[in-house]
Design a protein around this ligand. Structure first.
Ligand code: UDP
Length: 361
């Protein structure tokens, strides 16, 4: 019988990173996942049209972290896909984050010029301002702009996405950008794994010291381990003894259309109209060639155990306090570590998740 040194619960990007590092140190690792596939919410697959579908919504890798970039490049090459998002505002497609180009899309030339001048007098070029701070204006034109952006870009989107207005930090992920740069991310490295995320994670897990078991729940695992790295939700691990940590979930409705392209880019946001928050069109990511195209309309909803998956921790003080209670409980067991978006209850991007797993060692 194989004896493992470590158990990794969850075969997503955090679990695969920790498993790989551990295996390369000569430790034997069992990786389990309750789903029937690896790669967690990064999971993608090629459909019958030859289009790579991101099952859990668009994933665009982006980072400034050399360590993370070099680590992942051992397992895949990336293309140079650069995400540009437009939002449909009053029927006009305009770039997001709201930037100088957006001004000229949504306002008449003379008004856009006036506001641009005032923006450049007040802020440094390329400055990013969270919407909460941007609302603190004393000039009437900038006040008008702040109200416009809040109402047209943030308010409706957040009501759909979170069911409320979230913390300033969450909204600041998409700032007001005093720039002509219309890229969604400005990181040094950005792209999509050339053969998809699932293949990248498969390669990370492909090591003689790693065994992967799918459709396996940690509660059914009977072996003993030196260390357990748990990337699942910490409240569930402790049978919700202090209460449930809330999450937002997302539901993707796929549609296949008999035309080459459906929309102008990979992601179009709908902050004001419809019940979905955005539409993803997957063939853009790897340049898949097909006469058809596949889109996903993204609907946000509360996480409910057994009904949907956890996607987003909810960044609120009371949830952090509750999380800390669970962490205090976890610390009683020296061989148990939590990590990942669920284990750390943090709104990580993929590079944050990899960095956290690398740093845990
Ligand atoms: N956001 C918004 N309007 C938009 C896009 C984003 O209000 O058109 C805010 C919203 O609070 C959202 C956050 O910015 O939750 C982060 O957006 P991002 O696209 O980074 O979210 P993710 O891709 O992680 O779901």
């Amino acid at each position: 019988m194989v004896i493992f040194d470590n158990l990794v619960v969850g075969a997503g990007i955090s679990g695969a990173t920790i498993a790989r590092i551990s295996a390369e140190r000569g430790e034997r690792v069992l990786v389990i996942d309750r789903r029937s596939h690896i790669a967690g919410n990064c999971y993608d697959y090629v459909d019958e049209n030859g289009i790579c579908i991101h099952k859990y919504g668009s994933h665009i890798f982006h980072t400034n972290n050399e360590k993370v970039w070099n680590f992942l490049n051992r397992f895949t090459d990336f293309n140079t896909f650069t995400l540009r998002i437009v939002a449909v505002i009053d029927g006009i497609e305009a770039p997001i984050p709201f930037n100088i180009g957006t001004l000229y899309r949504v306002f008449p030339q003379s008004l856009a010029e006036k506001i641009e001048r005032k923006l450049l007098e007040k802020f440094a070029y390329n400055e990013k301002i969270g919407i909460a701070d941007f609302q603190k204006q004393d000039d009437d034109d900038l006040k008008f702009l702040a109200k416009y952006i809040y109402e047209k870009v943030f308010y409706g989107y957040n009501q759909k996405q979170w069911g409320r207005i979230p913390s300033d930090a969450v909204m600041a992920r998409v700032p007001v950008y005093v720039s002509k740069d219309s890229r969604y991310f400005q990181d040094k490295y950005q792209g999509i794994p050339l053969r998809g995320y699932t293949k990248m994670i498969e390669k990370m897990l492909d090591h003689s010291n790693i065994v992967v078991r799918l459709c396996a729940d940690y509660k059914e695992i009977k072996e003993k381990f030196g260390k357990i790295f748990h990337t699942g939700s910490i409240d569930e691990f402790f049978d919700y003894k202090f209460g449930q940590l809330p999450y937002r979930s997302v539901n993707f409705k796929l549609e296949t259309h008999c035309r080459e392209f459906y929309q102008s880019g990979a992601v179009v946001n709908y902050p004001c109209n419809y019940d979905f928050t955005r539409i993803h069109e997957y063939k853009y990511y790897l340049g898949d060639k097909s006469e058809k195209t596949v889109i996903a309309k993204e609907y946000s909803e509360p996480f409910e155990s057994g009904k949907n998956e956890r996607f987003y921790p909810i960044d609120e003080e009371c949830n952090r306090v509750l999380y800390e209670k669970y962490i205090a409980e976890a610390k009683k067991n020296n061989s148990l570590r939590f990590l990942g978006r669920l284990g750390d209850y943090r709104y990580y991007d993929m590079d944050d998740a990899v960095e956290r797993a690398i740093d845990l060692f």
